[in-house]
Write a protein that binds this ligand. Sequence first.
Ligand SMILES: [Mg+2]
Length: 369
Amino acid sequence: MKTTVSIIKADIGSYTGHQKVHEELKKKAGELLKDEKSKGTLLDYYVASVGDDLDLILTHDKGIDSKDIHGAAWNVFMECTEIAKGLKLYGAGQDILSDAFSGNVKGMGPGCAEMEFEERRSEPIVAFLMDKTEPGAFNLPIFRMFGDPFNTAGLIIDPNMHKGFRFEVYDIKNHKKVMLKTPEELYDLLALIGAKSRYVIKRVYPGPENKVPENEAAAVISTDKLHEIAGEYVGKDDPVALVRGQSGLPAVGEIVEPFAFPHLVSGWMRGSHNGPLMPCSQKNAIPTRFDGPPRVVALGFQLNEGTLVGPMDVFADVAYDRARTKALEVADYMRRHGPFEPHRLGPEDMEYTTLPKVMEKLKDRFESI
Ligand SMILES: [Mg+2]
């Protein structure tokens, strides 16, 4: 039996401001998904939240892009939007860009990461949920997991992984994609994904001689860009990702290790600032300082015929305390820059914010020099 794991997420309202999903929304989501499970639509589910994002982790046997699954998630978001509106939560329904469901949540506001595979004898999977950042925030850690032998010892010592992995990279401005193979094309890959606001890793596949089939994704990242969908900036595109581990793939410890370095990502405060990505537990996934700093939560599961055994709240471990301390030091340093780059994003990325409206009034006052 093939199992599909889907994370479908949306910001449909939060309190106070952008800080937290209200418990009433999570409760309602759980009730609705329980019904879907009893009807047989879902094999299992887990409702999570990070900051203002409601994340539905779903397992089923209906494959990716299933109308039933996307419809069930859409229904959750619509019902929860009504609760959010009733509570006058901030940004109630903000990621719901259409009133009519057309069979798939793509292009309608929510973000989505899905993978279908034959369950192995043991199937560990890690769901990464981020808030106050963008899909390119996954470029560095995903590269380290699958391409960097200084992170992933398996690339050197596991014969399954020794021939490397294949990276599917999206050019999100031109809507094109390219497949690159490591280690052969390592430098080409880095030339692209270092520019994380334009080129984003969408999926990673096993290379040759891996016992995991070449056509089964080992990692998938949501890449939905809300401002591209709506034609203007209507909300941040906080990303999620799924990564499978062990037995030909990176060990779970190799999958989570990159987050011990709180790298700089964009999306903090009004989607307009760079800041450190702080790994944290579910309990601490409430970004309050300057609406940040950006957060990442890792939930580990073992799949058992589609049942989610877990989660393990990975970054609750004290082993990430130092990453958090470093993130807070970097947050202090970046905040001191106030409205200056590199805390504030560069002009190209600010085009999608409300800044152009401010600049509009100055445009006739410029003279030639
Ligand atoms: Mg968010």
